[in-house]
Each structure stands twice: as C-alpha cells, then as structure tokens.
Ligand binder design. Structure first.
Ligand code: TRP
Length: 459
C-alpha cells in the first residue's frame, strides 16, 4: 500500500499505529505523576470536574486542529505555519512550540530520571518496611542530591535520542503499541489494591466529591494547563505527529480515542494514589513527590508487591519515554526540515542542547535551589510557564488559526479526506474552534493570571 508515494517523508504504518503513538505521547508522567499532585494541590474533586470539562470542550478540538495543521502541511510546526500562512507572523506560533519543547523536556527528563531511580529501588527491593516518613525523606534527599538524579536524567535523554534517531515507524510506533495496554492493566490492579486499604474511602471522596468553594481563577488555569499538558497539545507535538498520519485516517475519531484513553489513565492513577494517600496519612498537597511516596506504600501492602513495583516503574519509565520522544521529535523535525540538517545531526543537536537546560533543571532541585524567582526554582518555573502559559497560548493561536485563517473548505476537506470520510462533527467542531475555544481559553488565561476577577480570590 503506497500511502505517501510522492513524498519521501516518514509516516505511521497503520491507523492503530497512529493512535498508539499519539496516545503514547499523551499518556505519560503527566497522567501518573503530575495529575495526582496537581489535583491534590488544587482541591481534588472540583479540580477533576473542571479538568474533564476542559478536555472535552477545548482539548479534543485543539487536538483535531493540530492534526489538521500538521497533516495538511506535511511539515514540522514552524514549517507548517510557514507553508499554510506564508509571509505572516503565524510561524511564530511554531517557534513558541520549539521554546515549549525545550522547557518541557528539561523538567520532564528530570522526573523521568526519578522514575529510573525508583525502578532501580524496586529491583533492589528497597521499599520494604519503609514508613510514609521514611519514603518522604528518602525521596527528598534523592531529589536534592544533584549528581545521582543528573546521571539518571542523562541516561533517559540518551534513550529518548536513540529512539528518535531511528525514525517514526521503526522507532516511535513500534514501542508504543504493546506497552500502553500493559500499563493500563497494572494501574487497574494498583487501584483495586488501593481502594481496599483501610481508610481508603476518604481518598475517593477527595478525588470525586467536588467542593466548588475550592474553585478559583488559579485553580481553573491549573486545570486548563494540566489538560493541555496531559493531552500533549498546544506546542505542535501533534502537528508534527499529524504530519505523519495517512490521509485515510479519521482525525476526529483519533482525537477522541486518544483523549479518552489519556483521561482514563489519569483518573485511574488518581484512584490508585488518593486512597493510599489518605490511608497512610500523607498530605494530598505534598507536591512533586506524591506518587513516589504513595505508590511504594501500596506495593508494601500487596502480595507480589516486589513484582508489581518492578513492572510498574518499568512501565512508567516507558510511558515517559513515549512522551519524551514526541517532544524531541518536534525539535528534531524542525532542525532537519528547516535547517536541512540530516536527521542524525538534528537529533544530536536537539537532544544535547536540551540536555544543558535539563541539567540546570535537575540541579535547581538541590544544589542550585538558591537561584529562584519568588519561591520557585528553575524546575518549578519551567513547569509553570510551559503548562500554564505557553501551552494555553499556543492552543489559543492554533484554534484561531484553524478557525479564522484556514478556509472552511480546506478544514472540511482535511478532516473528511476530500469528502471521502464521514465527518458529521464538522459544524460543531468549527463552531468550537472559531468561537467557544478561543473565548474560553482567553478568559481562563487572563483570569488565572489575575488580569481580572470572576471567581473568588482563592485565599
Ligand atoms: N502529555 C505527556 C504526559 O502527559 C507529556 C507531553 C508529551 C507533552 N508531549 C507533550 C506535554 C507536548 C505538552 C506538550 O506525560
């Protein structure tokens, strides 16, 4: 089957491969590490409601829009805007994505490094008989120690570069297909163990019972940022992946399946973590260490805990890897297509320059924590700026571009493959990208940054 005869570009081999790779990008530390800790810091149930609302109303349409841009232009984000809107400022949206890729990968590889350390701890059976305090303390001392997290981080970056280097079909697609379903299975098992712990009910109430008095402008912006981060949208990752999607693939269905899988995994991670958090008396707002403290406690309580811990951290590392490759791919595609570097050189240049920022990020957890803005070190800053500022801004520009710059005919032709595929959602979709999503994003954004007030002040 010749799908892409006229272009020498690499592409995904099948429909399932597309979903696996996009879900591989979306599902990662954002679901299992970030979602529980951000939900914990932002009030639990109410946060979850707002989060799910954003996924459906804004996330899915933004994801479709990225696919539309990427597949119609057949280029990296900068090149895509250049070719769809030549001689305009739109390509700056692509550059914003490149900046986001640097910031996200820098702190994301730090956390990915932590998962490798925990994989190592699982292999060496180091969680046994530890209390919540022990685990919290060893996480702190590891996180702030400098050298050890640095080594893991760079091993992780190397693995990421290795896969990106091998290209789309034989690299990215192959690794995503088998491992994601396995991760789902393990999280379900963990969830079952967690909700049967004594005192677990409180955790479920925390996660599912909304207390709307907790909703503030800042919480709503966190929910928007987290929904973008978790779906991998707002910076061109899915523009890039979209450019590798065959014309016969339904973009609407793909976006829906990917978003549903992503949300399911985040909720299941919450179900695994919060009951344990409450059962063991951990504060839900403990921050970035939450999963690394709560999950080992569950493993200690399980028959076969050694085995489950090992598989879990292995799969979590792999889930992180299928996400980091999707971010590195953006910079690699940009460098290789726009600056005509070979793929090999582009990968090396992208990975090594991002690694420099990554090192600074890991060091900012401990040795360099003195360098900070307010109470935020470099890690916190990059995380906050990328998730809560760059991604929503990118998403805003992306929907405005599809809604207002591209013609209705072009957008409809792209999502229906020139009328060959059914796309009954197209009018609703166009309405959302033209009006609802831009207004909602702009509103949440300005409100969250305190530019005006609609909800309470939050204190
Ligand atoms: N979505 C991934 C996660 O939840 C992280 C990620 C990959 C990402 N690519 C991205 C986040 C692009 C934002 C933008 O772990």
């Amino acid at each position: 089957m010749a799908i892409n005869v006229k272009t020498p570009r690499d592409s995904f081999g099948s429909r399932l491969g597309v979903i696996a790779a996009a879900a591989g990008s979306a599902i990662g530390l954002g679901n299992i590490w970030r979602f529980p800790y951000v939900a914990g810091e932002n009030g639990g149930g109410a946060f979850l409601m707002v989060y799910i609302g954003f996924i459906i109303l804004i996330g899915v349409p933004v994801m479709i829009s990225e696919f539309v841009i990427g597949r119609s232009a057949q280029r990296n984000p900068v090149g895509a805007f250049n070719s769809l809107a030549p001689k305009t400022l739109w390509p700056l949206t692509g550059f914003l994505g490149i900046i986001a890729a640097f910031s996200i990968l820098a702190f994301y590889t730090t956390v990915s490094g932590w998962t490798l350390e925990y994989l190592y701890l699982a292999i060496t059976d180091s969680f046994k008989t530890k209390t919540a305090e022990n685990l919290a303390m060893s996480f702190e001392s590891f996180r702030t120690s400098g050298l050890r997290p640095l080594i893991w981080q760079n091993i992780f970056m190397f693995l990421t570069a290795f896969i990106v280097y091998r290209g789309i079909r034989n690299g990215i697609e192959k690794y995503s297909k088998i491992l994601m379903p396995l991760l789902l299975l393990i999280i379900i098992i963990l969830g079952i163990r967690s909700i049967t712990l004594p005192g677990a009910g409180e955790g479920l109430l925390f996660l599912f019972k909304p207390d709307f008095s907790k909703i503030t402008g800042a919480v709503v912006l966190e929910a928007l940022g987290q929904s973008f981060f978790s779906l991998s949208i707002g910076m061109g990752t899915l523009i890039t992946y979209g450019s590798y999607i065959g014309k016969n693939v339904k973009l609407g269905n793909t976006a829906l399946s990917v978003s549903a899988a992503d949300t399911l995994i985040a909720i299941l991670a919450g179900v695994a973590i919060f009951p344990a958090v409450f059962a063991f008396g951990i504060a839900p707002e403990s921050g970035t260490g939450l999963v690394f403290i709560a999950l080992p406690l569950i493993f200690e309580q399980m028959t076969g805990g050694y085995f489950f811990a090992l598989i879990f951290f292995l799969l979590l590392s792999i889930a992180a890897l299928t996400s980091t490759i999707s971010v590195l791919e953006v910079v690699t595609a940009y460098l290789s297509e726009e600056l005509s570097l070979g793929r090999k050189k582009a990968t090396l240049l992208a990975a090594s320059s991002i690694a420099v920022l990554g090192v600074a990020c890991t060091m900012s957890q401990g040795p360099w924590s003195g360098i900070s803005v307010g109470d935020k070190n470099l890690f916190d800053l990059l995380e906050m700026i990328s998730a809560n500022i760059i991604l929503p801004l990118g998403g805003l520009l992306i929907v405005i571009f599809v809604g207002w710059h591209l013609s209705k005919e072009k957008v409809f032709a792209e999502i229906s493959n020139q009328g060959n595929l059914k796309a009954g959602f197209r009018y609703l979709y166009l309405f959302i990208v033209k009006f609802l999503a831009p207004v909602a994003i702009a509103f949440v954004f300005m409100h969250g940054l305190g530019l005006f007030r609609f909800f309470g002040s939050g204190d």
